[in-house]
Design a protein around this ligand. Structure first.
Ligand code: URA
Length: 445
């Protein structure tokens, strides 16, 4: 087989065989196929697309390129959850202990922050002494013992995706639906879960700015999962403003703990109940959505979910005292209020700008492997639809930096104020499963 022919075939819009896709992924992972040929092929895919069969084959070739985790010795249906990346998205911190408290084992590999979007591993790393790099045996043992473990995805998980993603990043080929779908799903399949709930974000702060594109991506990922025996459902959710009030690391852990106490922001709590219900249904722990919500509400009300969070922190070596006293989490030396330039209604909070401002304060990385400041971040005081008066505080910057005028300016730019409140949009747009696409508001119990 010759890479030149594989590129030419795709450039002409023809369908590649399973063997050709396997040859391409294995050859590139081993280093036999050079970057320039892979880059040419990626650009051909960007313009010509891939059929569902090709996308499934590409996904499986990438999933097989490294270790596939075997979780069969953990009893029960293992349900994973994945978000395509958002700003202020701390749902995993709430859902993992909540589901474990409902008896569903959670074995999750998570990522670090990417661009303006945060990552679960960076948030967990803000808990003093919390270990985010469990070896596979410890990871499996912990899931068996306490029902949950979350670790960073090591280099052995889908190495083909890591190499291809790095090349896509510098060749303007990231935002292709079959390439994103195969990248995400290869890692989820290699992660060894039995079922998966995808939270596909749409809006200003998401990869997919338009709802239709998010639905199209969700459909491809749901189809891939269900074709290869990973029961998958997706919800398409709003990222036109940050989720909750906090963006950063320790500030987000604090908000997750409040949510586990039943005291969290409405949008975060609602999304956790919606995602958690789908996870309980896939795990066959609930008869229907009403039953699922009742189980989740009970685990929150009895404190079982918060206790599970404490057990999780302890099991991963972290200081569990933070669960009962969140003031023990890292706190920045400066807390700088950003005030409204005029009175009006908050019409929009550009999530991407808020995410970028948080990175400038130290909460994320501007260059690969830059250290992250666990205390840095942003706490919003106003959300979309609220009224503010001139000079009222819109948000507070948390930083250890001496110079933060750029972050301040970006945050102010993120807020659009207007004379009337904006129309309220849905938090959850659609549910997508093997049977089709359903407006979430019409999905019954
Ligand atoms: N996240 C991934 O893991 N892969 C992509 O291609 C895009 C976002």
């Amino acid at each position: 087989m010759d890479m030149y022919d594989v590129i030419l075939k795709k450039r002409r819009g023809l369908e590649l065989s399973t063997d050709e896709l396997e040859f391409l992924v294995n050859g590139y992972t081993r280093g036999d196929i050079p970057d320039y040929q892979m880059a040419a092929w990626l650009m051909a895919v960007f313009f010509q697309g891939l059929s569902l069969r090709e996308t499934v084959d590409l996904t499986m070739a990438m999933a097989r390129s490294g270790t596939r985790l075997d979780l069969s010795e953990v009893p029960g249906v293992k349900v994973d959850k994945h978000s395509t990346g958002g700003v202020g998205d701390k749902t995993t911190l709430v859902l993992a202990p909540l589901l474990a408290a409902c008896g569903v084992p959670v074995a999750k590999m998570s990522g670090r922050g990417l661009g303006h979007t945060g990552g679960t591993i960076d948030k967990l790393a803000s808990i003093p002494a919390f270990k985010t790099d469990l070896d596979i045996d410890t990871f499996r043992r912990q899931v068996k013992e306490i029902g949950l473990a979350v670790t960073g995805a090591g280099p052995e998980l889908a190495p083909a995706d890591k190499k291809i993603y790095a090349l896509r990043d510098v060749t303007a080929t990231v935002d292709s639906i079959p390439l994103i779908a195969s990248s995400v799903m290869s890692k989820k399949i290699a992660g060894g879960a039995d079922a998966l709930v995808l939270d596909v974000k749409t809006g200003d702060g998401a990869f997919m700015k338009e709802v239709d594109a998010a639905v199209a991506l969700a459909r491809v990922m749901v189809d891939i999962g269900n074709r290869v025996g990973l029961k998958t459902v997706a919800v398409v959710t709003d990222m036109n403003q940050p989720l909750g009030f906090t963006v950063g690391n320790a500030v987000e852990v604090r908000e997750a703990i409040s949510t586990l106490r039943g005291d969290g922001p409405a949008d975060l709590a609602d999304l956790c109940l919606a995602l958690g219900s789908e996870m309980l249904l896939l795990a066959e722990r609930a008869r229907d959505r009403r039953d699922a919500r009742a189980l989740l509400a009970e685990a929150l009300a009895t404190g079982a979910a918060l206790d599970k969070f404490a057990a999780w922190v302890k099991a991963q070596g972290g200081d569990e005292a933070v669960v009962h006293d969140p003031s023990l989490l890292p706190r920045a030396t400066r807390q700088v209020p950003v005030t409204a330039p005029a009175e009006g209604y908050v019409c929009h909070i550009a999530a991407e700008k808020v995410g970028r401002a948080a990175v400038l304060l130290g909460a994320g990385r501007r260059v690969k492997d830059e250290p992250v400041d666990p205390a840095a971040g942003i706490v919003l005081k106003k959300k979309v639809g609220e009224i503010v008066s001139e000079k009222e505080v819109l948000a507070v910057l948390h930083t250890n930096k001496d110079h933060f005028a750029d972050a301040e300016a970006l945050l102010l730019e993120a807020f659009s104020l207007g004379p009337t409140p904006p129309p309220a949009g849905p938090l959850i747009h659609y549910l997508i499963n093997a049977n089709g696409v359903f407006p979430y508001g019409e999905v019954g119990a």
